[in-house]
Design a protein around this ligand. Sequence first.
Ligand code: SF4
Length: 427
Amino acid sequence: MKIWIDVLGCPKNEADSESLEAILVNKGHEIVKDLEDADVAVINTCAFVSDAKKESVDEILDLVNYKNQKDIKVVVHGCLTQRYFKEIRKEIGEIDAILGVVPPLRIAQAIEDLEDFNGPPQPVYEFLGRIIGEKPYAYVKIGDGCDRKCAFCAIPSIKGPLKNRGYDDILEEINFLVRNGKKEIILVSQDSTSYAYKGKNFIDLLKAIDDIEGDFWIRLLYLYPDGVNEDLVMTVANSKKILHYFDIPLQHASAKILKLMRRNPDIESVKRKISFIRSKMPDAIFRTAFIVGFPQEEEADFEELLQFIDEMKFDRVGAFVYSDEEGTESYTLNPKVKKSVARLRFNRLLERQQEISLERNRKLVGMNFKTLVEGFENGMYFGRTYMDAPEIDGLVYISSSKPVKIGSFVNVKVKSFEFYDLEGDLQ
Ligand code: SF4
């Protein structure tokens, strides 16, 4: 069969779908880039917040409409269908197979027999191959699901409790990816620091990955603040390959709101951790994410958040307007913040962060950075330094009079900057 695959949502879905592609190819099927060439269309959906749900539903409806013009089968899986299996089966009868959160091998089977599967979530997979593709980086899922109880979050109810992948299985997958030319391995999970498998913990895993031979970067995403301890910081500081990039979603800075969110309200301990990291790695980059407009957030709470951002000077900040998700604890929490007020706070936060980002980028002019070249467009190469994760952070545009190999590391001297992107000369 000729199969077209669309991936919505987070990097964990990307890892699942690349694994699915390899399984399908091994079974003798062909992956096609163009929907027009496909016999089967597969969508990996997302249901984290309302915008993501809407995007997934729209994509399903587009495909179902397309079915009216062309004889094509449609298979839908992932978080949206795990969360709303019955509703989707009832409302969109044209879908040929619906599955929730299941391993790629199970999806491959459903593509062949076109049967639904409505059972408990099975969020992790065993390594059975990965499609290599053109990107020089790969997400590697070390676990999925979550044991925490953040009041706003639907993930635990969709994906179930945290399930970690086998230690050797992860190492086998990374060895495979590195042998096949990947230059950046990005570890993802809902809660990376909680990794534990048969006596091995996150630190053991990091050290073992660090020892894999090859010239490649290791990037860590989704570090839960409480899990960032001295041991982890020193492992990163002493490592050969782990980037000095800390992605620590903090969600808020007001103790009142953090408490309502069912997260650790001790924001002073976060400040101490960040200073400790900066004392050990002055070049450390910090990415975080905040939710604005959480129920009961008052102007004073939001001001506290802005002050915190001013004080901490994060390099990258993601902001989200609170999404009221049924089944979560905060769904019943009142009063809600008006959408217009939340949107205004969102804009104010981003504006403040843009000033900080500009200031931080200004200091980079004249400095040299190892850069992973990712592509070429409009007469220029582009890539990323250790400071930027794919898809969520900025890029470095590279002026070069000679050809550069996509997927290689080069040295770039920064000459100018914008809010997010840099421009520099090949050295
Ligand atoms: S740690 Fe992350 S995935 Fe887990 S409940 Fe909190 S926000 Fe959701």
